[in-house]
Design a protein around this ligand. Sequence first.
Ligand SMILES: CC(C)(COP(=O)(O)OP(=O)(O)OC[C@H]1O[C@@H](n2cnc3c(N)ncnc32)[C@H](O)[C@@H]1OP(=O)(O)O)[C@@H](O)C(=O)NCCC(=O)NCCS
Length: 195
Amino acid sequence: MAREQGSNCRRLNTAKPEVEIAMQSITVRAESADDIKAIDVVHLSAFQGDDEVGLIGELRQSAGFNPALSLVAEFHNRIVGHILLTKVRLQRDHGGVDILALAPMAVVPSQSHRGIGSELVHSAIEGARKLDYGAIVVVGHPEFYQRLGFTPASRWNLRCNLPVPEDALTAVELDKGVLTQGGNVIYPSQFQRVY
Ligand SMILES: CC(C)(COP(=O)(O)OP(=O)(O)OC[C@H]1O[C@@H](n2cnc3c(N)ncnc32)[C@H](O)[C@@H]1OP(=O)(O)O)[C@@H](O)C(=O)NCCC(=O)NCCS
């Protein structure tokens, strides 16, 4: 998930007026059954290989999946980005709490660097708040997520059960105090195949 994007990513002019025009045409909404193939294409174009497509397919069948937290970005009636939040358990010394894990997310290379990824993350956070989740964790590009309000998980003494470098895990607290006790984020088995 933390792999680099392909080198064929076309870098577009991100001068402010163009960004504003582009973002007015971007719609972010929950996925529908008709979107599944287009979502797969987004991930196939952004990642090398089909691990993420397989992961999303498996997560859709899992208990942690909520279609309201699987969001697509549409640009001129075409799906150009996707983000998924899945319920995971934050295990604490005493008890635990359900939070959300962000993964995977992708924007088609031809539309990257235009703010679509950031818009997807903002919308996902909004969706999580509406459903009363207290925190979101993510494994991947810490610089990208820290620009969007995420903080290194080490700040809360948070870790996870995936074999990833410590600084790859970041988190955003939506409900004050939810992460204060730290703990171990238990990603379900579907994630083990990808990381
Ligand atoms: C990461 C990704 C979702 C960002 O989408 P996007 O629409 O380009 O994001 P935005 O335009 O909102 O923000 C772009 C910023 O994201 C950051 N960014 C993009 N790709 C990055 C990468 N591979 N590593 C670190 N930061 C990255 C940069 O800071 C970039 O800023 P810039 O445009 O000034 O260079 C997209 O590049 C992508 O799909 N990459 C391949 C799949 C992937 O890595 N998914 C995330 C897994 S954690």
